[in-house]
Write a protein of this length. Sequence first.
Length: 186
Amino acid sequence: MHVSFICAGCGLCVDNSGVMSSRLVSALVLSRLDYCNAVLTGLPAPTLAPLQRVLHAAARVVMDLRQRDHVSSALRELHRLPTKQRIEFKLCLLVHKSLIGHSPAYISDLLTSAADVPGRPALQTASLGDFIVPRTNRKFGDRAFCVAAPRVWNRLPSADLRHCCVRRRHSGAILRHFYSLLLTEL
């Protein structure tokens, strides 16, 4: 239901693109796609496909492409991540903000650092900056923030990436990582 509402709102922006500038279309569509997209974590690809189609339509409007033109190169040129990676980036961004103290307490309380668990400080996961991923019995439980966010954060390739994000207080390194994943997939 949430995906349908997002697509409907974005569709209005893309359909009325003749009245609006391409920058405005891009800003409106991206803000709607990114708003609360962390709740879409773990959804199957067919459920996320309409959001990806909206992203493609917005790229066509901004780059003035025809309906049959390939949009992959336009997305790369516009530096747009695919929907699944946008969701994962948002989760990493929320973890990053929690680490530097820029998130509400209720988000920080959902994350447990491996270094904070008694008996774990000597383990390698504690030195890497990993978080504890709680066990769940259901697929639905895997979508919870307290499970999905640590899982995505722990998948970041190196401890250097995680620690540099905490030290420098910006998330540019994480974003560059997701763009590099995008370029290797295409």
